[in-house]
Design a binder for this molecule. Structure first.
Ligand SMILES: [Mg+2]
Length: 285
């Protein structure tokens, strides 16, 4: 009987690689772990191919649906079926529908999330609002903030897709997230959210494990954010590997993969690649 996987966030390269090599299933964060905005992080394609059929993506993204995210990822070279993608925006819509059946809901979010809410049977409303659902809205504006504040003043409940202030973009840039919009709503209304659906809350992780038919005993979370991934994993008792950019405190994805023996050999990926390149060069020569 194998010993249980250790819990807690791991940022040591050797320990993290050992944890990864023993993982049966993976829950994978997206931004900062597999992609940076529209760029794939080195090692992401290899990781998905190594864990083919054994991973779910669990992301605080609240602008996409699983199907639009699957298309976006495919264009970036990452093959992930929509049924293996759990996103905070979609989960928040489903949660509102379940918790507040028949409610009039002001959905602040992307066109895709508003369409998804409609398709789920949520009643979209701008007046006599029962629930304000706040997701990432890239057209957030002063009039929209005023409408939210007024709805909350009149007693509407506030449900928020995710609390992240930013996520990492390419070349060290920062991408503002739903939590930044929430900060303005909080400041102007004095209202606290009834519920923040995304990580570190357990809902997304639980849905990801359900997709995989996995249990906390055979899942490892790979993420980049101690406050959402690390904290969320700790709450559920899941082991968590934190990765990061080159030169940081956490290992890069590619450094971890490099430590894993290539299946059937004792060779790391880079050594295997090096040997293949040498063989190709020898044949060409
Ligand atoms: Mg992340």
């Amino acid at each position: 009987m194998p010993s249980p996987l250790p819990t807690g966030s791991c940022t040591d390269t050797e320990e993290a690689a050992a944890l990864l090599s023993r993982a049966r299933h993976l829950l994978l964060d997206l931004d900062g772990t597999l992609i940076l905005q529209d760029e794939t992080i080195e090692g992401a394609i290899e990781l998905l191919s190594r864990f083919d059929g054994r991973f779910s993506i669990v992301s605080n993204n609240s602008t996409h649906t699983a199907s639009s995210m699957a298309s976006r990822l495919r264009r970036m070279g990452l093959r992930v079926p929509p049924e293996r993608i759990v996103l905070a925006g979609e989960v928040a819509v489903r949660r509102v529908r379940q918790e507040f059946p028949g409610a009039r809901v002001m959905v602040i979010g992307s066109p895709a999330i508003r369409r998804f809410a409609l398709a789920q049977g949520v009643k979209l409303a701008d007046t006599a609002v029962d629930v304000v659902l706040l997701a990432l809205d890239k057209r957030f504006s002063y009039p929209r903030l005023s409408a939210i504040v007024e709805a909350l003043r009149q007693g509407a409940r506030l449900v928020v897709a995710n609390g992240d202030l930013t996520h990492p973009g390419p070349h060290g840039t920062r991408v503002p997230e739903t939590g930044s919009l929430l900060a303005s709503v909080r400041a102007a209304s004095g209202t606290e959210p009834l519920m923040v659906v995304g990580k570190p809350a357990p809902l997304l992780f639980e849905e990801g494990m359900r997709q995989l038919d996995a249990t906390p005993d055979d899942v490892v979370l790979v993420g980049d954010n101690p406050a959402t991934d690390g904290e969320g994993a700790a709450r559920l008792g899941l082991p968590c590997i934190l990765v990061g950019p080159a030169g940081g405190a956490a290992p890069t994805l590619v450094a971890l993969l490099d430590r894993l023996a290539f299946p059937g050999t004792s060779m790391g990926l880079s050594r295997m690649a090096g040997r293949l390149a040498a063989e190709v060069a020898a044949q060409a020569g």
